[in-house]
Each structure stands twice: as C-alpha cells, then as structure tokens.
Design a protein around this ligand. Structure first.
Ligand code: UDP
Ligand code: MG
Length: 319
C-alpha cells in the first residue's frame, strides 16, 4: 500500500556542497521536526563533482522517509534541479531552499504558516542581506526587470530561493515544459494569493557561489527572452527611427544643395550616406518583424498552459 503523502516537501538543489551538507541535513531535520507536521526533504544532486551525491545517498539511508535523494546524471543548473525535486515532491506545501545555508532552515515554519493560511506563493524578503556589493546591484536590476515584466501581481524580491508554493502552483509549474525557466517568476503567473515574509539571511556557510558573472548574465537573458518579445519590438522601432533619420538627412541635403551650390555635401557622398541609412534602417525594421514571428513560434513551441484550473465547483442538486 502506498505510504501517505507528507504535508510538507522541502526541495533543495545541491551542487558541490559537500562542506555544507551535513549541517544542512541536521538543521533541516531539526527545524522540520519542530513544525509538527509530516515532512520529506528532497535533496537534488545536480551532478556534483565532489562527494555530495554520496553524502546525499548516505543521508537518505540514515533517515528513511525523511530524506529523499534525487541524483541527476550531470549538471543541469539550479532551476532544472529544483524542477526535478518538485516533480518528486508529494507534499501539500512545498518549500524550496538553497543548500549553502544562506537561507536558514529555521525560517521554514514562517512560510509553512502562510501556506496553511491559504496563500499560493510565499516569497521572502531578506533581512540585512549578506552578499557582495556586486551581487546586490545585479539582484536589484533583476528584481526591477521582473517587476516590470510581471506587473500587477508581483513581489519585492525574487532572488531569494527560500520560497513556498501550494500543490496547485507546483502542478502548474510542472505543466510547463520549457527549458530555462525561472521558477519564482513562473510561480507568480499561476498564483491567486501571494504573500511575503521577512527572513534572516546568512553568508554562504562554506564553499563558493556557483554563479559567475557570466552565469548571471546568461540567467538575465533567459529571463528576458523567456518572458517578453519587447527587445524585438525595440529593434523594429530602432530600424524605423534610423530609416526616418536617413530620409530627413536626404531631404536636408537636397535643400542645402538648392540653397548653396550643388557641390554642397561632398558631391553626393552625403547623399549616399542618407540612402545607406534608409536601407540599414529598413533592414533593422525587417529583422524586428521577422523576430516578431519567431517570437510567436517560440511562444507556441514552449507550450505553456494558457490557463490553469485550480478547482471546479459544482453545486449538488437538491433532491
Ligand atoms: N546549484 C545547483 N546547480 C548549479 C548551481 C547551483 O543546484 O548549477 C545550487 C547550489 O548548490 C545552491 C543553490 O543552487 O544550493 C544556489 O547556488 P549558490 O549559493 O551558488 O548561488 P548564490 O547564493 O550565489 O546565488
Ligand atoms: Mg548562495
């Protein structure tokens, strides 16, 4: 007979975190035991090159039912690892967390409380954030962009991975099969009621950040191209602008050659420039237009569900 599903699932992506794993497991178990609800902790090894996978296996054997190890074949990236964890999670309330102990596991109960209250997505605001100056600036930019992209239904901070989701939202996320998804943002697009709680933030306990500047830039690109075709529109706009300026320049040269002598403007060299601008502009506009079509294909290809039904209510006919 199948075991009863736990109430809480904690999903943690792990990539080369051998120095943090022991403390992570101990503190998570201690924190979850305090909550008084059944739970499971899913540790997803994202193809670590160190002993993380072995340590996860051992932890799963030592704490059967409480720790579940999911070992990915190679490194797929943080969000893919989280998705893998979500796909195995059975809980009614799902919490995600980083393995480096920057998000204290002792804060999990705050998120669970909110989920129990009926919120779909629970975000967090990091109190006195412990990151480098560069990371904080980058994070500000991402948050600003995401807020612009999500409009209306949005949050203060998307960077912190300590987050809570209802079962309904997780099911919706798992229905999206596109690559390179940014889970916190995707979750918001399915949320009915969201909340934010204040949590503590610590420095990375050991090891170093897995995000280089390049990886962060790649993430930004993923985010942008995954949600909007706005940059393509800019291309079209830019193209038309150049073409118009080119035309204006042409007219300007025409008038000047009438007023002064026909040699004004280097015997027609400037006129060539004007013509060139018009063509370059038209090319950009054409590229932007092409991009719009590609954008449509992209939107259809990723096949995100257009809506998500949370529940269907049918009244019982009175007899
Ligand atoms: N991580 C992962 N796969 C990766 C990179 C990171 O599973 O390719 C995990 C990592 O082990 C950690 C979390 O994602 O649990 C966040 O990574 P990190 O702490 O390096 O990011 P930062 O805190 O610097 O944003
Ligand atoms: Mg970290």
């Amino acid at each position: 007979m199948a075991e009863k599903n736990p109430e809480i699932s904690v999903v943690i992506p792990v990539y080369n975190e051998e120095l943090n794993l022991k403390e992570l497991v101990d503190r998570c178990i201690a924190a979850c035991n305090k909550i008084n609800r059944s739970y499971e902790i899913l540790l997803v090894d994202d193809g670590s090159a160190d002993r993380s996978a072995d340590m996860i296996t051992q932890a799963a054997e030592k704490h059967p039912g409480k720790i579940i190890g999911i070992l990915l074949s190679t490194n797929f990236g943080q969000h893919a690892a989280v998705t893998a964890g979500l796909s195995q999670a059975r809980g009614k309330y799902i919490i995600t967390l980083d393995a480096d102990l920057q998000n204290p596991p002792e804060e999990i109960h705050k998120l669970v409380d909110k989920l129990v209250e009926g919120y779909d997505v629970v975000g967090t605001i990091r109190e006195n954030r412990q990151d480098t100056f560069f990371r904080r600036v980058a994070s500000k930019m991402v948050n600003h962009m995401v807020r612009r992209l999500t409009r209306g239904n949005t949050m203060t901070d998307y960077g912190c991975m300590l987050r809570g989701y209802s079962r309904a939202v997780v099911t919706a996320i798992l229905d999206c099969h596109e690559h390179g998804k940014f889970i916190p943002m995707m979750a918001m697009s399915f949320a009915r009621k969201s909340a934010e709680v204040h949590v503590k933030h610590a420095e990375r306990a050991a090891g170093e950040s897995k995000y280089s500047v390049w990886k962060l830039i790649a993430l930004q690109y993923d985010l942008l191209t995954g949600t909007t075709t706005f940059p393509l529109r800019m291309l079209t706009f830019f193209g038309f602008l150049i073409a118009l300026l080119g035309m204006a320049f042409g007219i300007f040269i025409f008038i000047m050659t009438r007023i002064y002598d026909p040699e004004w403007g280097g015997n027609g060299i400037f006129t060539l420039f004007a013509i060139l601008f018009v063509f370059i502009g038209a090319q950009f506009a054409g590229m932007g237009l092409l991009g719009e079509y590609i954008g449509k294909i992209h939107l259809n290809a990723r096949g995100r569900p257009q809506f998500y039904v949370e529940k269907i209510v049918r009244g019982e006919p009175k007899s």
